[in-house]
Design a protein around this ligand. Structure first.
Ligand SMILES: [Zn+2]
Length: 411
């Protein structure tokens, strides 16, 4: 049995204390705080949380939090962490005035990433992604969703998902994987979309299920990518293998996907930059999580999702990085939290819940992580002295994290 005490905690931001899997709407602005307290970890789990101003037990292995703020580590519920190389060359083209769509039409974008990834070995992909994951831990990320979607053929999609599973087996970060074969149409199927959809359904999905490589399924439902009807077919095929839907929708256009996917019980709908009244009404009344990606809006200079309206209409909001080499090359959840406050007008408390508990719900892990509650995995971080939760959006771009603890181990 291993015990670790964290003593002298100035503020413990529990985020939740009644075991709820998520918070919605205006209840996101309210969370329990315990002042002047301590916390005991046993074998990687939260064993006991002290009452306010109570005396800590005597434990040999102890950390002094020096009166600082303790909070759960971030849950990044939407990332493309496994990729072959960056796309800085496209960034230069953008700075010369080309749009994301124009760059894609010239063979850039997702197809550029796919060409590079297909040529990469599984080991090289793993090494690169592992290095990035180590950086994310320092930035306070304790759980992460990773998508495929840069392979776009059976071998390469499986290769990506195997790398994600391998990361999960060596890292203390909780990792869930999502199959995104329908991210774009690969060049060899340029004139045969039906053929590619059949490849996804008849070949990729059975092999992925056979190796248990994916937890969820995703589709890029967008003009010039996959239509609503095609997306629903692919998601239905995934459901046969028990893969819940987490879907890229409404990034550039509203195709009516929000209500169609809410009605089919999607776990999360991600992006949601372009929302009609009907889209808003259907997601806000549902238990489907609205996963917002402000880093992508910032980098692509596209509209931000109407987060304030979503909160006021009682939606469940999660925030994630969308970390990927094309549209969001930043995996720092503190930056996301800051953008959510500055650009989307979320309160720091709302942004924190969206980055922790609700993010955990968006990858079906909120029974284990996302809040500081007894029995949950001991994933937490301590801020540098004198900083508060409001400091994170305020000091945008600064590193305010002193200590990260994952599964009860100091990182
Ligand atoms: Zn994405």
């Amino acid at each position: 049995m291993s015990l670790l005490l964290i003593n002298n905690i100035g503020q413990l931001l529990a985020v939740e204390n009644q075991g709820r899997p998520y918070k919605r709407g205006l209840e996101m602005s309210d969370f329990p705080i315990i002042y002047n307290t301590w916390l005991l970890i046993e074998d990687g789990l939260i064993k006991e949380i002290g009452a306010e101003n109570s005396e800590a037990p005597t434990v040999k292995n102890a950390i002094d939090a020096k009166g600082s703020v303790l909070l759960p580590t971030y849950v990044d519920s939407h990332s493309h962490l496994v990729y072959a190389s960056n796309r800085q060359d496209e960034f230069a083209q953008r700075l010369d005035g080309l749009s994301y769509e124009e760059i894609a039409a010239r063979g850039g974008g997702i197809i550029n990433s796919a060409n590079k990834l297909r040529a990469y070995s599984e080991d090289a992909l793993f090494e690169d992604a592992h290095e990035r994951l180590q950086e994310l831990i320092k930035m306070g990320t304790g759980a992460l969703e990773i998508k495929s979607g840069y392979g776009l053929d059976t071998d390469s999609e499986l290769k990506m998902l195997r790398v994600a599973r391998r990361l999960s087996s060596v890292s203390p970060v909780e990792i869930k994987t999502t199959f995104l074969g329908a991210h774009a149409l690969p060049p060899e199927y340029k004139n045969d979309k039906e053929g590619y959809i059949n490849l996804i359904i008849d070949e990729m999905l059975p092999e992925i299920a056979n190796e248990n490589l994916a937890d969820f399924i995703d589709v890029f439902c967008e003009e010039n990518y996959f239509s609503l009807e095609e997306s629903l077919r692919i998601l239905a095929a995934g459901k046969v293998y028990g893969l819940e839907a987490k879907v890229h929708v409404n990034q550039f256009n509203s195709l009516g996907a929000v209500s169609a996917m809410v009605n089919r019980g999607a776990l999360s709908l991600d992006h949601l930059e372009v929302m009609t009244d009907e889209d808003l009404n259907s997601i806000c009344k549902s238990n489907t999580i609205a996963c917002l990606l402000p880093g992508c809006s910032h980098f692509l200079e596209i509209p931000y999702s109407p987060a304030r309206t979503l909160v006021e209409k009682d939606a469940i909001i999660a925030l994630a990085t969308d970390f990927n080499p094309g549209s969001a090359p930043n995996g720092n959840m503190s930056t996301v939290l800051s953008l959510a406050c500055i650009k989307m007008k979320l309160k720091p408390s709302e942004a924190l819940i969206a980055s922790t508990l609700n993010g955990a719900a968006a990858i079906d892990l909120s029974d284990k992580i996302g809040s500081i509650e007894v029995g949950k995995i001991a994933n937490m971080m301590i801020l540098k002295p004198k900083y508060t939760i409001e400091s994170i959006p305020y000091h945008f771009g600064h590193d305010l994290i002193e200590t990260v603890i994952l599964k009860g181990e100091i990182q």
